[in-house]
Design a protein around this ligand. Structure first.
Ligand code: ATP
Ligand code: MG
Ligand code: MG
Ligand code: MG
Length: 482
């Protein structure tokens, strides 16, 4: 069985052999781009190439990119721990063509890598291609289908809609169809029963998306219309942990060697034996997964210079850490700082691929420990307060949620999580009002992310509804600049 380190290396070596330049991951924290707090895809650092603002010294590039999807357009936080495929922080393996090769090579190489190099059974692969958008004059992506038909049977090439198979950088700018590669995780009996076109919904059927190949060929203009780009590009992203899951024949990413050393350390420190259960009542198993996930997110962001704090990206880091602390406290009986104790194992496992972790190990450990300490000071009282709230209506009032936030340091998503565990709702609107009132008294801070690069500024903006994450960590305000 290949180790995760070997798999990562094999990917980079494969694309090096196809004349790609291997570059370093960009930082996971996006200090230079006010519109995007965290890197959420491999292509972020190459955005200017696609926009034509810069020319790369090499037209073929590959890397592994540290990504985080906890805010803005991609927010997977609620899935973390509940499923075995979504993380806060993950690595995205990617290869790019900046005006060089296009669909035939990209698809052929994806298939070659997965089947020849990785030895994955081609009979378990599915591809999706864009069904087209006739109203916009975009035809079905027959070019991709033609390539796939060379290696896959027609019944395992499915058509997908705009949501899954058409990528746009923002409201305007580069965009195009994508083809996604999925792996059938189901046992053989089930595969024999239902397969191919009979799968109703590929994402809900035990078939897991592993690799997205985006073909950037259009430019969306301000009036909404599309024009062909003079140069066409390829942008791909494959979930490294998911690839390891497939390669190591596991049911979840947590069962691969990316996570098992961390989980073993959590078991050793807490005495809880991880059982790999996803049943809602298996809280300690869920907590184990959440902690194994969150410690990576927190350690990697601190290593890249984003400390936990009270606003912006810092607050996102803080609430991820607080979420981990609460899981450890409630379900693994950890009443003292604990998350920081996972650092030696994390560094031992990831320090070779990401030396920044190793270099700052002491510092990161101290920061996590002091954050843990300060939250643990109020956590117990906050949980007692929460248990005594009047929620007879089935909803926790905005005022109470704001008190938990303000007095006990509970990020709103933590309150929502606690509420959901008891089938309660939270009056988010009321909470937002409390927060806004506090903000009005303090500073104004409302940089929001809605697309991959759409900056929504706080100036002259109008509240238009609840849609995505704010600094306070909940689905709060959606603004439209007027
Ligand atoms: P999904 O549908 O599973 O949420 P996605 O379509 O949002 O994935 P893409 O934006 O296409 O993901 O990203 C490219 C690849 O990155 C995916 O095919 C998947 O393998 C991986 N990936 C995406 N989100 C996550 C995540 N939260 N954790 C781990 N891997 C992820
Ligand atoms: Mg997603
Ligand atoms: Mg998807
Ligand atoms: Mg996708």
């Amino acid at each position: 069985m290949k180790t995760s380190a070997q798999i990562r290396q094999d990917f980079l070596d494969f694309f090096r052999s196809k004349e790609h330049k291997i570059v370093a991951s960009a930082p996971i924290v996006n200090k230079d781009d006010p519109s995007l707090m965290f890197t959420n895809a491999g292509m972020n650092q190459f955005k200017d190439y696609f926009l034509g603002n810069k020319t790369p010294d090499r037209r073929r590039i590959a890397d592994t990119q540290k990504c985080m999807r906890v805010s803005g357009k991609h927010n997977d936080l609620e899935d973390v721990g509940r499923d075995g495929t979504h993380h806060t922080m993950f690595e995205m393996l990617g290869n790019w063509s900046i005006g060089d090769y296009f669909k035939p090579e990209a698809i052929a190489w994806s298939f070659e890598f997965l089947t020849d190099k990785m030895g994955i059974d081609p009979d378990r692969l599915y591809a999706t291609v864009f069904e087209g958008a006739p109203d916009e004059g975009v035809p079905t992506d027959e070019e991709s289908r033609t390539e796939w038909l060379k290696v896959l049977p027609a019944e395992r090439i499915l058509e997908g809609n705009k949501k899954d198979n058409f990528w746009e950088m923002g409201e305007t700018g580069p965009c195009g169809p994508c083809t996604e590669i999925h792996y059938d995780m189901r046992p053989q009996e089930e595969r024999l029963k239902v397969s191919g076109r009979d799968l109703v919904n590929i994402d809900d059927s035990g078939v897991v998306e592993i690799w997205n190949n985006v073909f950037i060929q259009f430019n969306r203009k301000a009036d909404g219309s599309l024009e062909n780009l003079p140069e066409r590009h390829v942008d791909t992203g494959m979930g490294f942990e998911r690839l390891c899951m497939v390669m190591q024949d596991k049911e979840a990413t947590y069962d691969t060697d990316v996570f098992t050393p961390l989980i073993a350390e959590i078991e050793r420190l807490t005495g809880h034996k991880y059982g790999g259960s996803y049943r809602p009542e298996a809280k300690a198993d869920m907590a184990t997964r959440v902690i194994a996930d969150h410690v990576r997110a927190v350690a990697f962001t601190i290593a890249d210079g984003q400390l936990p704090g009270s606003g912006g990206a810092g607050y996102v880091v803080r609430r991820i850490l607080r979420r981990a602390v609460r899981y450890a406290y409630s379900f693994l009986d950890q009443k003292d700082p604990f998350i920081n104790k996972l650092m030696p194992v994390l560094v031992r496992e990831m320090g070779a691929a990401f030396p920044e972790l190793k270099q700052q190990e002491g510092q990161i450990t101290k920061i996590i420990e002091s954050e843990e300490k300060s939250f643990l000071n109020t956590l117990e009282n906050g949980l007692t307060r929460f248990a005594n709230l009047d929620a007879q209506s089935g909803t926790i009032s905005g005022k109470d949620a704001f008190e938990l936030y303000d007095t006990f340091g509970f990020p709103i998503d933590l309150t929502e999580l606690l509420a959901a565990e008891q089938d309660l709702k939270v009056d988010i609107e009321g909470f937002a009002a409390g927060l806004a009132a506090q903000r009005a008294r303090g500073r104004a801070d409302a940089t929001k992310v809605v697309g991959d690069w759409t900056v929504i500024s706080s100036e002259d903006s109008t509240f238009i509804g609840f849609d995505y994450l704010s600094d306070a960590g909940a689905q709060i305000t959606k603004y439209r600049t007027v």
